[in-house]
Design a protein around this ligand. Structure first.
Ligand code: FAD
Length: 205
């Protein structure tokens, strides 16, 4: 990461052909307007015209930037005092705080991603930040670590507090680190599974 940016970390850029599925494309066309940034949704004839041009006249490449959402005091999970599920148990309420440094990082990555399209001589380049956060890559709600004061799980993803409870979803990672993490989640689940087997054989479970 160049020093002059003031950023400590970058992220991952993924280049791709846009998916052929019309529905996937409609959602992108419907929230985009020509001229660079994401604007208001478009509807009716304007949407039809955009879609017609999109499928008939254009070839589109996309770039997705994955950046880190650093753990911060404004991001936490609690039980909702007002809403209960059908069993009468309070539902989970998530509050998400975004650090300005993460937004800067996302903007920086978006601009770098667009540079390739400029170099390729693209006719039209649009980029934007989807609210500065993602709702599809969650981490950190049960992070792992050696110290029970600062972590929920031990290094083998076993709960510090609840005997024989293991957690192997994405929550064990404090953050994504700036990459899509599904393969890491799967690899970790296999690692924890091997540990559980070993512990079971030793009668430690
Ligand atoms: C549209 C979209 C695109 C994505 N694209 C990518 C990508 O390109 N690359 C990438 O790496 N990641 C991608 N992700 C993220 C990826 O899907 C998640 O990071 C990953 O699935 C998280 O795994 P997990 O095991 O933590 O949770 P999940 O996969 O959500 O698994 C949780 C499971 O628990 C079950 N469950 C929930 N409540 C209960 C309950 N009370 N009792 C029993 N079971 C329960 C759910 O049904 C679910 O099967 C994408 C996600 C979305 C939504």
């Amino acid at each position: 990461m160049p020093k002059k940016t003031g950023l400590t970390k970058g992220g991952t850029l993924r280049y791709d052909m846009m998916p052929l599925s019309p529905i996937a494309r409609v959602t992108k066309v419907a929230i985009s307007k020509r001229g660079g940034t994401i604007e208001l949704p478009i509807w009716g004839q304007a949407l039809k015209d955009e879609l017609r041009a999109h499928f008939r006249d254009m070839r589109t490449l996309e770039c997705e930037a994955f950046c880190e959402h650093t753990a911060n005091e404004g991001s936490y999970v609690e039980t909702d005092p007002d809403t209960k599920d059908r069993y009468g148990i309070p539902v989970v309420k998530m509050t998400i705080g975004i650090l300005e440094s993460n937004v800067k990082q996302a903007r920086y990555m978006g601009e770098r991603g667009a540079e390739l399209f400029h170099a390729m001589g693209a006719d039209e380049i649009r980029h934007g930040i989807t609210g500065g956060m993602s709702w599809v890559l969650q981490h950190g709600t049960a992070r792992f670590g050696k110290d029970p004061k600062s972590s929920v799980l031990d290094p083998n993803c076993r709960s510090h507090d609840v005997k024989n409870l293991y957690v192997v979803d994405g929550s064990f990672m404090p953050t994504s680190g700036g990459v899509p993490t599904t393969l890491t989640i799967m690899a970790n689940a296999l690692r924890v599974g091997a540990h559980m087997r070993e512990a079971f054989v030793k009668k430690e479970l």
